[in-house]
Write a protein that binds this ligand. Sequence first.
Ligand code: ZN
Length: 135
Amino acid sequence: MTMTASKDPIPKICMFCQNLFEARKSTTQYCSANCAKKAYKDRKRQERIVHATQENLEKLSAPLKELQARDYLSVEEAATLLGVSRWTIQRAIKRGRLQTLKVLGRRIIPQKSFNQFLNNQYNESHATQTSQVQW
Ligand SMILES: [Zn+2]
């Protein structure tokens, strides 16, 4: 039993491109500097997404269940329930697809119209046989 020199290449699988490569060090994770850079960028992007999602959840004043039980929703809350942007909801309102009320200058969506809207969306997307739903 002889001590093998750590200079011997170690067969490894790149954590980014999944290619087999020979590493000089046992701690090497990527086949190239390029892969290491791309993996780093990926990780950063992932972190940003996670961070943004957490921020959104924190902004949410009420849990989804509570929102669903309410008689009225704000535009933001309707967007949250559907997992779409505020602009998508506003577009639907502009096109008259989603009925709203204006109370003290604030636009609110009665739960009834919200459900009606969802039903219409459901029926339309089934009638046209496309996955493209027109908001
Ligand atoms: Zn690679």
